[in-house]
Ligand binder design. Structure first.
Ligand SMILES: [Zn+2]
Ligand SMILES: [Zn+2]
Length: 381
């Protein structure tokens, strides 16, 4: 089968690799019809992780079931399914508590928890930027789609990661109707957090970024764009909230946050959030942070350490939630919003391409080229 293979920093190729196949009685084999490039793929693409050369990228996957293992009883051949990026067992202590993001069974490293397709340090699972994908524990990990699956693929594929992840940010930030919400980062996840806040009837939704194309998209869903390269974003949020700060804040940038000059400051958006969220406000952090980052310039950042304004955060009585999204906690409800026509997360898609065009797409997405918001690839039709 054809697949997007990692060759080394900023180098990928669409190669022929061994076909994915059923390896366990609970596996499901999916022919991938839509798979996205994610901002978190870029950390690996840039060589900033331990991602092994020769491995296949892709954790945002949707497709049609072509084979099921003998122990699969719910999922049927021919059905369209979308796969949470979390690979989870469904029966461990964390999965039973709806924390499939920290599954204890599928992660081979006993010091870690959680697994994902095609991801550094998240187990040996191959990615879905390929013609075929093996889905472990298929009955648990497949979310089945209805009759409209094929025509709404670019909406439903967002259930694999960014729509639930954006929703999770607003859950951790406890967004209530009427709340003012500030979101740092207008990449696809930040846009989904803004969209989720809007779906939850938030009041003012403010989105901080510096890329005009992304800010324009934020504006298109009713958010207030805040360009941090023009003026201090904290002051802009305070000005919009009677000096109090936002009720809730979402971090959708992560450890490669950079200032307008392009210099990395992993703590920048966290500290901006502490400053722009009100006393007793809540903060949800879904931007990726890692315990080690040998590629960082800063000595502390190499060890995953960031100077956090903890004194101010404590003084303000704020609450902060962190970590990857437990996709299964939300994907069924979000699917039903899409099916009912109440949500259309495909508004972030800027490019739909064939798998062969992956190298060019990664390059443009990595450079944050104007207009390259979200890339959906179609390995098969
Ligand atoms: Zn993703
Ligand atoms: Zn588990």
């Amino acid at each position: 089968m054809k697949a997007v293979v990692y060759k080394g920093p900023r180098s990928i190729a669409v190669d022929q690799v061994d076909d994915a196949k059923i390896e366990h009685p609970c596996d499901v084999l999916v022919r991938i019809t839509t798979t996205n490039i994610c901002g978190s793929d870029l950390h690996m693409y840039e060589g900033r992780t331990s991602f092994e050369t020769g491995r296949v990228f892709g954790h945002e996957n949707l497709g049609q079931v072509i084979e099921v293992g003998p122990a699969v009883s719910k999922v049927k051949v021919g059905e369209y399914v979308v796969l949470p990026f979390n690979v989870a067992c469904g029966f461990c202590k964390n999965c039973e508590r709806q924390l499939s993001n920290y599954c204890l069974t599928m992660q081979p490293n006993p010091k870690f928890a959680g697994a994902a397709y095609g991801f550094a340090d998240m187990g040996p699972y191959q990615g879905g930027q390929a013609e075929l994908l093996r889905v472990p524990y298929g009955d648990y990990n497949c979310l089945r789609l209805g009759e409209d699956a094929a025509e709404k693929q670019t909406d439903y594929v967002m259930l694999a990661d960014i729509f639930p992840t954006g929703w999770h940010a607003t859950e951790m930030a406890e967004v209530y109707p009427g709340d003012s919400v500030v979101i740092y980062g207008a990449g696809p996840v930040g846009l989904m957090a803004a969209y989720s806040a809007t779906l939850k009837s938030a009041g003012r939704v403010m989105v901080v970024d510096r890329h005009p194309d992304r800010l324009k998209l934020a504006e298109s869903i009713g958010a207030i764009p805040i360009d941090y390269s023009q003026a201090d974003p904290v002051q802009q949020v305070l000005d919009l909230t009677m000096g109090l700060g936002a009720d809730a804040g979402c971090e959708c940038v992560g450890y490669q946050a950079h200032d307008p000059s392009g210099e990395e400051h992993g703590e920048m958006t966290l500290n901006n959030l502490i400053a722009s969220v009100r006393f007793t406000g809540r903060i949800g952090v879904v931007g990726v942070y890692v315990p080690q980052d040998p590629g960082a310039k800063d000595e502390l950042a190499k060890q995953g350490k960031f100077p956090l304004d903890y004194g101010l955060m404590w003084f303000k009585g704020q609450k902060m939630g962190t970590g990857q999204c437990p996709v299964k906690k939300y994907n069924r409800a979000l699917r039903d919003l899409v099916a009912a026509g109440k949500a259309k997360p495909s508004f972030v898609v800027s490019h739909e391409i064939a798998l062969d065009e992956a190298p060019t797409a990664y390059e443009n997405f990595d450079k944050r080229e104007d207009g390259w918001t979200k890339v959906a690839m179609h390995p098969s039709t």
